[in-house]
Design a protein around this ligand. Structure first.
Ligand code: GUN
Length: 299
């Protein structure tokens, strides 16, 4: 078996540990008569979304939670989707609601997300939750940045005073990631497509979180010696070296160039990806606890 380089962060193994913790929490909640429930809603037949949703539904059941799954055709009206979300808001067996994005173009995503009861918004996308995150309140935190933070804290311990650069400013990853790093007392820079000297910003950073969605954009020689590199990107590129018509997955970081410099680095695949669903399960337990006036940290 190939040995794992000591700087590699194994997201698959870490996610399995998080899921074990969630399963143990679910067992404790069940002994108190509470079975956490997650509803996943998907509209349309986007193949990537279908794979994500199938994995979410399966893993929810595997940790012992109540798992429900609602599929709607692509031509579903916004009204019907909103009615389903309202029904789930009122359902006491459901603690978490996730509407898989993207939604078909005729549906206003923001309007649908804002219909989800904030305490059941396990994606952390509702404006109430983004507002709570920005103001140090107790809301639901988006799953992917939460997974990145857990991996960083596991490797580095206290993040206080570290220089962090987040490359990308999406509502789903970049902005909440920057907020979480700021809350962890990092000095945070958010870089993006208009940043003047991206290599310079990355070279100054002890922590690099790449979430731009551009294959291997962050070059190896931009990485400061010993920096922690978290690669959120999942990009499929042509791989003629593997044979005609073949493709492979790469991150936003040139992994082979960066790994010799990094103190810790996540691979793609097998890094951040598995952590996203693990954190969704964790958020569902958190939501179930809060809805039952239980401190999730004191289970
Ligand atoms: N589509 C891609 N990632 C996500 C996610 O984290 N949550 C939802 N709801 N949809 C997504």
């Amino acid at each position: 078996m190939a040995t794992t380089p000591s700087n590699l962060i194994d997201g698959k193994a870490f996610a399995a540990r998080v899921r074990d913790g969630v399963a143990a929490d679910v067992t404790k909640l069940k002994s108190r008569g509470i079975t956490p429930g997650l509803a996943v809603v998907i509209v349309g037949e986007d193949p990537a979304s279908q794979v994500y949703v199938r994995n979410k539904v399966r893993q929810t059941a595997e940790v012992g939670m109540h798992s429900v799954h609602h599929e709607f055709p692509a031509n579903t009206s916004q009204e019907d989707l909103v009615a389903k979300v309202r029904e789930l808001n009122a359902d006491n067996n459901i603690n978490g609601i996730l509407v898989q994005l993207p939604l078909p173009k005729h549906i206003d995503e923001v309007a649908v997300i804002e219909t989800i009861a904030p305490e059941k918004d396990v994606d952390g996308f509702h404006v109430i939750n983004t507002g709570l995150l920005a103001t140090g309140g107790e809301g639901m935190v988006p799953c992917t940045p939460l997974g990145c933070l857990l991996m960083l804290k596991d490797r580095l311990g206290d993040l206080s005073g570290k220089k962090a650069v987040v490359v990308g400013r999406s509502n789903i990853v970049g902005k909440p990631m920057a907020q979480l790093l700021l809350d962890a007392n990092c000095t945070v820079t958010i870089a993006h497509s208009r940043t003047r000297d991206l290599p310079g910003e990355v070279r100054a950073a002890d922590i690099v979180v790449a979430a731009v969605g551009r294959p291997e954009m962050i070059k190896g020689d931009w990485i400061k010696e010993g920096a922690a590199v978290i690669d959120v990107g999942i990009n499929r590129i042509d791989a003629p070296e593997l044979g005609e018509g073949k493709t492979r997955l790469v991150g936003d970081v040139d992994f082979n160039g960066a790994a010799p410099h990094a103190g810790a680095i996540t691979p793609v695949p097998g890094g951040v990806g598995p952590m996203t669903i693990a954190c969704l399960l964790k958020n569902t337990v958190t939501a179930a606890c809060r809805q039952n006036n239980i401190d999730p940290n004191a289970l």
